[in-house]
Design a binder for this molecule. Structure first.
Ligand SMILES: *Cc1c(COP(=O)(O)O)cnc(C)c1O
Length: 406
C-alpha cells in the first residue's frame, strides 16, 4: 500500500467481490440463504450455539438489552473506554448507562472497580474487549452474577480472538462467562460486511427472542404461532371464518420489533471474509510484534501491554494504541498527529471516555473525575495504523515516523 495509511481499513479480495456479485445475480438480495449460512459459520468459528446476524453491532447491543429484559429503572454498567454504542444501548431501552473504571494494563473494565461501584439497580454489565484484548470475563462475570446481573460482551474489536483461564484456552463468544456476545463488521473492524453485526448466545430463549425482534416481532411458521387468534375469540365476529383460518398467508406479530435485518449481499461478503479471518489475525499479530519491538526503547511511548490471561497467540488485534507522554515529548497530541499526517501516516484517538460526552453530562450529570484511569488513558492515547494490507515498507514507514517524533 502506498500513499496515506489510515489507522484502520478493510481488506477486500477478488473472491469477496465475486461472492457479492453472485448474490446480485441470484433471486435473493435479502432474507435469502446467505444470512443463515453466515450465521452458522460465524457461530461455529467462535464456538457459540446460536448466531443472529443483524445490520450493525449497535442493533445487536440494542437487541441484547431487550432480550435480557433491561428497561426503565435499571442500570447498565460498561467501560468508559469504548465506542458510544456500548453505553447508548442502555439508554435506547430507558435504562441508565453507568461506568466503572478500567484497569491500567489492559485498558478494559476492571472487575474491582465494578464491584466497588456496584449499585443495587444494576441489571446488566457490558464488558468491552478493547483493541481486541479480552476483558477479564471470569472476574467480571463473578461480580455481575453474584448480584444477579446479566453479562454482555462487546467483542466488536475481537472476532476470532481468545484468552487463557486456568491453563485452558477459550474463544471470545464461546466461553461460559458471557450470556450474549456481539461483534461488528464495520469496515474499520477486523472483518467486514460493509455494515453489520452478530449477536451470539448459547441461551436458546435469548436467540429466539433476538430473531423475533430483528424482524418486527413477527413469525410466519406454524410451529412458532402462539395461537391467540383462535376461533373462540372471534366466535361473535362476522369475520370469524377468515380470522380463524391460518392459511399459507398467515403471519403473527408477537412483540414490538424492529427491522434490524442484514442483507444476503452483506452476508456473502461476510462468509468470504471469514475465510481470510485467520490470515487477517496473523498479519495483525505480526505487525503488533514488529511495532512492539521497534518502540520498546522509546522513552516517551508505552506499547500495549497484555494482561496475564491474554497471550500474543490468541489476541485478535483490532487497534494498536500506544500511550505517549506528550508533555515530556514537548509536543501536543494535535502536533504529533499533524507531524505523522505530513508523513502520510494516519492516527486516531480511541476513546474519549463516554461519560464525558455532552449528552451524557447533561442527561446523567456525569463529570470529569468519575473514572480516573480512563481519563489518564485518554490523555495519552494514540492509535497507529493497523491493517492486514500494510506491507513491510509501510510498517517501516510508521516505525520511522514514530521514532522521529522524539
Ligand atoms: C464499532 C463498535 C461498535 C458499534 O458497531 P457498529 O457495527 O458500527 O454498530 C460498538 N462497540 C464497539 C466497542 C465498537 O468498536
Amino acid at each position: 500500500m502506498s500513499g496515506f495509511l489510515p489507522y484502520g481499513r478493510q481488506s477486500i479480495s477478488d473472491e469477496d467481490i465475486a461472492a457479492v456479485c453472485d448474490v446480485l445475480r441470484s433471486d435473493f438480495l435479502t432474507c435469502g440463504p446467505k444470512v443463515e449460512e453466515f450465521e452458522k459459520q460465524f457461530a461455529e468459528l467462535v464456538g457459540a450455539k446460536n448466531g443472529i446476524a443483524v445490520n450493525s453491532a449497535t442493533s445487536a447491543l440494542h437487541l441484547a438489552m431487550l432480550v435480557v429484559g433491561v428497561g426503565p429503572g435499571d442500570r447498565v454498567v460498561t467501560s468508559p473506554n469504548t465506542f458510544l454504542a456500548s453505553a447508548n444501548c442502555a439508554a435506547f431501552v430507558g435504562a441508565t448507562p453507568d461506568f466503572a473504571d478500567i484497569d491500567p494494563v489492559s485498558y478494559n473494565l476492571d472487575a474491582k472497580s465494578l464491584e466497588a461501584n456496584w449499585k443495587t439497580d444494576t441489571k446488566a454489565v457490558v464488558a468491552v474487549d478493547y483493541a481486541g484484548q479480552s476483558a477479564d470475563m471470569p472476574a467480571i462475570a463473578r461480580v455481575a452474577r453474584n448480584h444477579g446481573a446479566q453479562v454482555i460482551e462487546d467483542a466488536c474489536h475481537g472476532p476470532g480472538g481468545g484468552f487463557v483461564h486456568d491453563g485452558r484456552s477459550f474463544r471470545i463468544g464461546g466461553h461460559p462467562w458471557a450470556d450474549i456476545t456481539v461483534f461488528s463488521f464495520h469496515p474499520v473492524k477486523t472483518m467486514t460486511t460493509g455494515e453489520g453485526g452478530m449477536f451470539v448466545t448459547d441461551n436458546e430463549e435469548f436467540a429466539r427472542k433476538a430473531r423475533l425482534l430483528r424482524t418486527h416481532g413477527m413469525v410466519r411458521t406454524p410451529a412458532d404461532f402462539v395461537g391467540l387468534v383462535s376461533p373462540s375469540e372471534f366466535q361473535l365476529s362476522a369475520f370469524s371464518f377468515q380470522l380463524s383460518e391460518k392459511g399459507p398467508w398467515y403471519y403473527e406479530m408477537q412483540e414490538l420489533g424492529y427491522n434490524y435485518r442484514i442483507t444476503d449481499l452483506q452476508c456473502a461478503l461476510g462468509r468470504s471474509q471469514l475465510k481470510n479471518l485467520p490470515a487477517f489475525i496473523r498479519r495483525r499479530q505480526e505487525i503488533v510484534a514488529r511495532y512492539n519491538e521497534a518502540f520498546a526503547a522509546l522513552p516517551f511511548l508505552k506499547t500495549p501491554q497484555l494482561s496475564t490471561f491474554n497471550s500474543e497467540q490468541l489476541v485478535s488485534w483490532h487497534l494498536y494504541t500506544v500511550q505517549i507522554d506528550f508533555p515530556s515529548l514537548g509536543r501536543t497530541r494535535s502536533e504529533v498527529m499533524k507531524a505523522l499526517r505530513q508523513q502520510g501516516i494516519g492516527s486516531q484517538v480511541l476513546y474519549i471516555p463516554v461519560y464525558l460526552q455532552p449528552w451524557y453530562r447533561e442527561t446523567y450529570g456525569y463529570a470529569p473525575g468519575k473514572c480516573p484511569n480512563a481519563e489518564s488513558f485518554y490523555a495519552q492515547a494514540l492509535s497507529l495504523p493497523l491493517q492486514p494490507a500494510l506491507s513491510e515498507e509501510d510498517v517501516q514507514r510508521v516505525i520511522q515516523a514514530v521514532r522521529s517524533l522524539g
